[in-house]
Design a protein around this ligand. Structure first.
Ligand SMILES: N[C@@H](CCC(=O)N[C@@H](CS)C(=O)NCC(=O)O)C(=O)O
Length: 207
């Protein structure tokens, strides 16, 4: 299997899942800071020009959450995809909640802070996005008053995705008033096969 990624990106969700599943994989670095995600050979894998991409034999799959679901289903032995239909539905709910209600505001903050050209950045969008994140994170914060993982009693791929997304939030100081989410994220990253934290992944680029 080949994972096309770049250290501090959503490729970490896939790397985390591959590590937890004890799978061998080749990491192919695609450096967006050098425009490598816009090269024709990469666009042939993902016309959206985004990482991560997983290549498994003749399967070429993009979208980090689709990839982790594929891996969890292909390698069911660790139980990262609940067998029970209702538990699985609950896991999908948290994955979609994470991608739409939590990740999107963080992404808006990133775009209006450093990704868009300066003339397109709207400071008001940053304040709105911060509040949007906090309103929805409060729902997950409450969920963790009584739980250790998102669904059921054991870890699922939704936990890898959520922990990474909360790390994105911590990078822009959004977790400071959310003790349950902070503790959950720390617990997940304390797992022996967890991916590196985003800050660590950034630091690894300069070595
Ligand atoms: N929804 C996609 C988002 C992928 C994405 O935006 N990746 C970023 C890195 S984290 C990227 O490739 N950005 C390059 C660009 O947008 O030009 C996923 O979860 O895989």
């Amino acid at each position: 299997m080949k994972l096309y990624g770049f250290a501090p990106t959503r490729a970490l969700r896939v790397q985390w899942t591959l590590q937890e599943l004890d799978l061998d994989f080749e990491y192919v670095q695609v450096d967006p800071t050098k425009g490598e995600h816009r090269r024709p050979e990469f666009l042939a894998l993902n016309p959206a020009g985004k990482i991560p991409v997983l290549v498994d034999d003749d399967l070429v799959l993009n979208e980090s959450i689709a990839i982790v679901l594929y891996l969890a289903e292909k390698y069911p032995q660790k139980g990262f995809l609940p067998a029970d239909l209702r538990a699985r539905a609950d896991m999908y709910r948290w994955l979609l909640f994470t991608a739409t209600e939590l990740e999107q505001p963080i992404w808006r903050i990133a775009r209006h802070t450093h990704q868009y050209p300066v003339e397109k950045r709207l400071p008001a969008e940053i304040a709105l996005a911060r509040q949007d994140f906090l309103d929805m994170a409060a729902v997950m914060e409450k969920h963790f008053e009584t739980r250790t993982v998102l669904v059921g009693e054991s870890v699922t791929v939704a936990d890898f995705v959520a922990a990474y997304t909360l790390d994105m939030a911590s990078m822009v100081h959004l977790l400071e008033s959310l003790p349950n989410l902070s503790a959950y994220m720390e617990r997940m990253y304390a797992r022996p096969k967890a991916a590196p934290r985003i800050a660590q992944a950034f630091a690894s680029l300069n070595r």
